[in-house]
Design a binder for this molecule. Structure first.
Ligand SMILES: [Zn+2]
Length: 195
């Protein structure tokens, strides 16, 4: 807001304040029309003064960031951060629940659904894609390493018959322990077991 705008807006708002003070049941319609016109003028001044988008969240850090309707401050970015912190807390409540070695746990054959560590790690992959002229198409093995995927695409571009365009896609899969039932105390099993 520049100084001229500040002065004009201040004056318009003070006029509205005076209207508010003078308000009574005997106020004639002509006066109400005057109030309406002054109100509209103040609104127009604000319209000119405010150039940024209205905030979508109540977060001071990310006022126009993505919205999470369930978050207290509506901020998806901060809510994601808080969720990660809560997840760490849930996981850290039972540090002894972690299996000693993945191989050992798998040998126990407790489940046919596979074994997951007590703190599931997010997984990310880098997908090399090429433009076929119609669509983006996977053109190589997804990599765990970004640089490796970039080198692969560079090599593709320098190849004998390169495609018109290539792109690198970041695939990110996050996992979250939302709740734990019971207490996962680690039970030590004797090597030969008393079965
Ligand atoms: Zn935020």
């Amino acid at each position: 807001m520049n100084h001229a705008q500040l002065t004009a807006l201040g004056r318009a708002l003070r006029v509205l304040g005076e209207h508010g003070d003078a308000l009574s049941t005997e106020i004639p319609d002509s006066k109400l029309h005057e109030v309406k016109a002054d109100l509209k003028r103040a609104l127009d001044l604000l319209e000119e003064t405010v150039t940024t988008a209205a905030p979508t969240t109540r977060c001071p850090e990310h006022p126009t960031g993505p919205v999470d309707k369930d978050a207290p401050d509506l901020c998806l970015l901060c809510e994601t951060r808080r969720r990660v912190a809560r997840r760490s807390k849930v996981n850290d409540s039972f540090p002894q629940g972690r299996p000693t070695a993945p191989g050992e746990s798998a040998d126990r054959g407790m489940t046919r659904y596979g074994v997951r560590g007590d703190r599931p790690q997010p997984q990310q992959r880098w997908l090399p894609e090429m433009w076929t002229g119609q669509v983006w198409q996977l053109c190589g093995t997804p990599r765990r390493d970004k640089q490796e995927a970039e080198l692969y695409l560079t090599a593709q571009r320098r190849g004998p018959r390169p495609s018109m365009a290539y792109r690198l896609v970041h695939e990110f899969t996050d996992y979250e322990v939302v709740r734990i039932w019971g207490t996962p105390v680690k039970i030590d099993i004797e090597p030969m077991g008393n079965l």
